[in-house]
Ligand binder design. Sequence first.
Ligand SMILES: NC(=O)c1ccc[n+]([C@@H]2O[C@H](COP(=O)([O-])OP(=O)(O)OC[C@H]3O[C@@H](n4cnc5c(N)ncnc54)[C@H](O)[C@@H]3O)[C@@H](O)[C@H]2O)c1
Length: 353
Amino acid sequence: MKLRIALLAGDGIGPEITAEARRTLDRTAERFGHRFEYREAPVGAAAIDLTGDPYPEETHRICLESDAVLFGAIGDPKYDNDPTAPVRPEQGLLRMRRSLGLYANLRPVAVTESLIDRSPLKPEIVRGTDFICVRELTGGIYFGRPQGRDQAGTRAFDTCTYTVAEIERVLHTAFRMAGARRRRLTVVDKANVLETSRLWRETARRLAAQYPETEVEYLFVDNAAMQLIRQPSHFDVIVTENMFGDILTDEASVLGGSLGMLASASLGDGPALFEPIHGSYPQAAGRNIANPMAAILSGALLLEHFGLKEEAETIRQAVDHTIRDGFVTEDLARPGERSCTTSEVGDRIRARV
Ligand SMILES: NC(=O)c1ccc[n+]([C@@H]2O[C@H](COP(=O)([O-])OP(=O)(O)OC[C@H]3O[C@@H](n4cnc5c(N)ncnc54)[C@H](O)[C@@H]3O)[C@@H](O)[C@H]2O)c1
């Protein structure tokens, strides 16, 4: 298969981890007889430095002309520490998601045997964890308008909005996903307080009739946050709005030991986008210490999206073996265990592929 991939490395550790993901994809292509072509394009703070725009028109064009997008991370302390900066890297991320129509962000969380004793939680709690969180990605409070401050600057406001159409399309994705798995869907909201959440719940109840084979349960987000670390193996597919999904999946990443392990796929109207769920981890930038596995596993999701199941599974197995053999970066290393560099881990994974 021939695939054109837009490579948007972004900021901080983005370039290091996407380089490992690319090399792993290339190794997989070599083994299975595929051809992947990459076009690199700037995004985030790197793009602001180059063009003044965190998601330049040219980058958008390259994404649209590609079969898929492989994205690293954006974010830079110079903007994080300056809340008044008029142009911010995160605006690029949100605009990219919105203009590519990426409304469903799928985040698989599976704790394999190799990760069980690297989790900060007890083995009997994390064993058997295998769920997907479907996070709505282009609506809710991150996109709602108006947003801003009053003239005196003493009052700030954000707006959370959802339409039935926005909720329905991501719910259909989640119901289909549950139907192909263990047929349990957990809808997470805050329907006891928020009107948007009541609309989510009402819409989910209505759509549930179309998917009678799937058992649907409803959880308030505060309870869901607790159940995720109390009994994570209970979950099969979780679906939720943008901000709740953002927060819950960072929490969920700890089940497997590190934020540096969690990959994601964003699906929508145009080319799909694949990215680790973590940010640009600026403290590690350029130090060759960040965990590249989330980026590499995002590459596996990309292959799976195009039906290359065996290839994706080969990468997953290679990651799993590499952890089992003890070749891990410092975020996953046990006390006293030697930690490897980003590139060492990447090399080990490729040797396994
Ligand atoms: N999708 C994105 O691009 C995205 C997501 C979240 C945050 N951000 C941005 O990233 C910047 C830093 O934000 P943050 O510190 O809150 O989040 P972060 O995800 O960059 O890092 C949080 C912590 O997680 C750990 N971590 C993250 N990635 C890791 C990896 N690959 N290997 C090992 N450990 C890893 C580190 O301990 C790190 O301190 C900010 O500018 C923020 O806006 C971007």
